[in-house]
Design a binder for this molecule. Structure first.
Ligand SMILES: C[S@@+](CC[C@H](N)C(=O)[O-])C[C@H]1O[C@@H](n2cnc3c(N)ncnc32)[C@H](O)[C@@H]1O
Length: 290
């Protein structure tokens, strides 16, 4: 990196070159510079020939170093967009993934927007799934559960920032154990990576994201087993259950769901890239028997 103060355009180009190990060097450099300058994309473009101040440049270089050490950009800037909503993220929470939008789409497809639904989000993390659902279902209320108090603090702040605090509660507990009542939608993105797959994860994920949000025993299905054991007691009549899983897990998860739901109510769903992303059941679809 040059010693003289660069223009915004130069800083972006040099930053992207510096981050050559990243899969998205331009985007990373741009996101970090926007964060440092508290600017948006159009401001960067309009001021491409303006020179950075010394303090801003120093901070930019420091944050680029963190990214070069594989720290995810979302943790560096403290924010990640999900479902077009801004979410605070800290190292205590999983970074929301665009692919998890498949869960929100699956809910929107199956329920009317104006239904006064009761929602439970198991393993809420940043609260991204619950908050996205509450913005899509304006008459719904929901509760997010996590065993991590630190994650719940982030989720509460996110709900407040998005103006959803009155409709969103957050409780600490082991999956459903802390809840009472019956829910119209149960959504969950639990840990699902087999412990043995740790070595195959990218450094961004393995070194920085909370292990308690990633791993679920030898085969990756421990969390589903724990949740499904208690789930029937928490389902309202005609409930919808949506669970995220890994691309190669959807069929096995669907088989597990068949232990607690009629076969014709069970479905799998895909993400934007058309990879299997989850399984669930819709008890409204269950065959009526005479
Ligand atoms: C894969 S992350 C999902 C976070 C968020 N829902 C999302 O989609 O970005 C799984 C979450 O489950 C939580 N978790 C793990 N085991 C749990 C348990 N036994 N009870 C409650 N939450 C748990 C973790 O702390 C983590 O926040």
């Amino acid at each position: 990196m040059p010693d003289a103060l660069p223009t915004i355009g130069e800083a972006l180009r040099n930053g992207a070159r510096f981050l050559k190990e990243s899969e998205t060097p331009q985007l990373d450099a741009r996101t970090i510079l926007k964060h440092v300058l508290r600017a948006d994309d159009s401001a960067l473009i309009a001021n491409a020939d303006s020179r950075l101040g010394a303090d801003d440049y120093k901070r930019y270089l420091k944050l680029l170093d963190r990214r070069a050490a594989a720290e995810p950009v979302a943790y560096i800037v403290g924010e990640k967009e999900f479902w077009s909503l801004p979410f605070e993220v800290t190292p205590d929470v999983l970074i929301p993934r665009d692919d998890s939008g498949a869960l929100i789409e699956a809910a929107i497809k199956r329920r009317d927007k104006n239904e006064p639904l009761q929602i439970a989000d198991l393993g809420t993390g940043s609260g991204c799934l619950l908050c996205a659902l509450l913005t899509e279902f304006p008459k719904a209320r929901g509760v997010g559960v996590d065993r991590s108090e630190a994650a719940l603090a982030v989720a509460r702040r996110n709900a407040t920032r998005l103006g959803l605090a009155e409709r969103a509660g957050f409780v600490a507990g082991d999956w459903l154990a802390a809840l009472s009542g019956a829910f119209d939608i149960v959504i969950a993105n639990p840990p699902y990576i087999p412990q043995g797959d740790k070595a195959g994860l990218s450094r961004d994920v393995a070194a920085y994201e909370p292990p308690g949000a990633l791993f679920a025993g030898k085969d990756g299905f421990d969390a589903y087993r724990s949740i499904l054991k208690d789930l029937p007691c928490y389902l309202a009549k005609g409930a919808l259950v949506l669970m995220e899983c890994g691309a190669d897990q959807a069929d096995s998860l669907a088989v597990m769901l068949a232990d607690i739901a009629p076969e014709n109510a069970i479905f799998t769903f895909c993400d934007l890239a058309n990879r299997p992303r989850g399984a669930g059941f819709d008890l409204r679809k269950a065959e009526k028997k005479d």
